[in-house]
Design a protein around this ligand. Structure first.
Ligand code: GAP
Length: 458
């Protein structure tokens, strides 16, 4: 037995694996990185796209009561005055009088510097919005902000979205996009960064029906994570206390995930009432209303906001899917990604680089590539290639061996069980499509064979 022992996921293991396998790198790595900014690598970008696509499909394309938007990051600065972000989107900042490190006062349990024990300054409110200048003159009048939430792009487009989509209450508007916050304390990998992505829904409802819709969205959003493979016992709800509520919020529940550093917010579902639309009416002087079909009166709707972080979803999916086990005395590390989320769906692994075998394997590759994200790998011993695909979370590997030249069959190996079946090459595309859609591995196509059932490798 090796000394390797299967263990739990830790942030250190995850950061190292993500960097080694091309999921996530520190931003501007060759210059020593940039604090709390991250780059998604070749596999990470696929995982992230799959999460966003799953969210968009479930919340926009498969619903009658939702439309999408993609609004700009830079907005008229009056937006942020109206929304309250200029005056209220701040955290209490304290500075150590000895080492000059800065801390969020509400993160500290004691009134001394956690780094050196030094005395702290009195707290000052620090606004989290990044500022820049619009145009060539750097003066206060040209100040614009990088948006700290995507939500405001939806509120200021409420009338545009309503008029052009001809939706009626209740209906929602969804958006995925970048947001920026000059966080005082960052960390825990991609959990809290200064540039991140949000997936936000503003769901507009008739006042009075808001409690019902709030409950609906909490349930809906919890189920979405579970459907994508997150274990139920790793998710919980936590209601915000009065003192925690954002300035716009009447009620808020966090959907929390059990990250390696403990339970922390994955998504917030808030009842924002009519705060935002009313503020924008006042500051813009424009009417922002819609028709109440029952009373035939124009009303300002209430809004329920499920607001999820893309990067936190990526982190939760990585943590939840990470696994270690001992196979043939060796540690096997793998990601059990849901097939919809797996960055690579199928890997084609010819047993040798011999020309006649490569020719068949490349034909298989060319046939499958238009249907699934497929990777071709003929670099090392087959066992090591399987391990590499396990660490990438690839659900199926297709092995082409010398027997394939005779019987025109190939082997499909399943990531989670390491079970294998042998199927006609002509049936590979349909078979993989069915397996990726959730069909059991041992439902065989015509001419298929059960190859191996034990937890052993070829
Ligand atoms: N529009 C409401 C809003 O922005 P929030 O709770 O401040 O609410 C929503 O943010 C989600 O955005 C969070 O649940 C989290 O997933 C993500 N998020 C917020 N700040 C983040 C940060 N600094 N880094 C990564 N994700 C963040």
């Amino acid at each position: 037995m090796t000394e390797n022992k299967p263990g739990k996921v830790t942030m250190e293991k995850l950061v190292s694996l993500c960097q080694r396998r091309g999921f996530i790198f520190p931003s501007s790595d060759i210059y020593g990185g940039l604090s709390a900014c991250w780059d998604y690598g070749p596999v990470g970008v696929e995982l992230k796209r799959n999460i966003k696509e799953a969210w968009w499909r479930a919340n926009v394309q498969e619903r009658d009561d939702m439309v999408g938007l993609d609004t700009s990051i830079l907005m008229n600065p009056k937006v942020w005055e109206a929304s309250g972000h200029v005056t209220q989107f701040s955290d209490p900042l304290v500075e150590c009088k000895s080492c000059h490190q800065r801390w969020r006062a509400d993160d500290l349990t004691e009134n001394k510097c956690p780094a050196c024990g030094g005395e702290l300054t009195d707290p000052q409110q620090f606004n989290l919005m990044f500022k820049t200048f619009m145009g060539p003159v750097e003066e206060a009048a040209n100040t614009v902000y990088l948006r700290p939430e995507t939500a405001q792009g939806i509120f200021v487009n409420f009338q545009n979205a309503l008029n052009t989509s001809r939706k009626r209450l209740p209906f929602g508007v969804a958006q995925i996009g970048k947001a920026f916050r000059n966080e005082i304390t960052t960390g825990n990998f991609i959990f809290r960064s200064r540039e991140f992505e949000q997936m936000e829904i503003e769901f507009f409802v008739k006042p009075g029906s808001d409690d019902k819709w709030f409950d609906y969205w909490v349930e809906e959003r919890l189920n979405w994570y579970v459907k994508l493979g997150i274990r139920k016992d790793n998710i919980q709800l936590r209601e915000h206390g009065e003192d925690e509520l954002a300035h716009y919020s009447r009620k808020c529940f966090d959907i929390e995930y059990n990250f390696p550093m403990g339970w922390a917010e994955l998504e917030g579902v808030a009842n924002r009432g009519d705060f935002d639309l009313k503020q924008h009416m006042e500051y813009s002087g424009k009417g922002i209303t819609c028709l109440d079909e029952e009373t035939k009166e124009h009303i300002v709707p209430y809004v329920i906001e499920p607001s999820a972080g893309v990067d936190r979803s990526v982190l939760a999916v990585l943590c939840d899917a990470y696994d270690e086990e001992i196979v043939n005395d060796e540690l096997r590390v793998l990601f059990h990604f849901h097939t919809d989320l797996a960055p690579i769906k199928v890997a084609i692994l010819p047993l040798s680089r011999k020309e006649n075998l490569s020719a068949v394997a490349k034909e298989v590759y060319a046939d499958l590539r238009p249907c699934f994200v497929t990777q071709y790998d003929d670099t090392q011993a087959i066992g090591r290639r399987y391990r590499r695909q396990d660490e990438l979370g690839t659900p199926y590997c297709v092995t082409v061996d010398f027997q394939s030249l005779e019987d025109k069959m190939a082997t499909i190996r399943e990531r989670d069980t390491m079970n294998q079946i042998r199927v006609p090459i002509a049936a590979l595309r349909d078979t993989l499509s069915a397996k990726l859609g959730g069909e059991d591995l041992f439902v065989l196509p015509e001419g298929g064979q059960i190859w191996k059932e034990e937890k052993k490798e070829v």
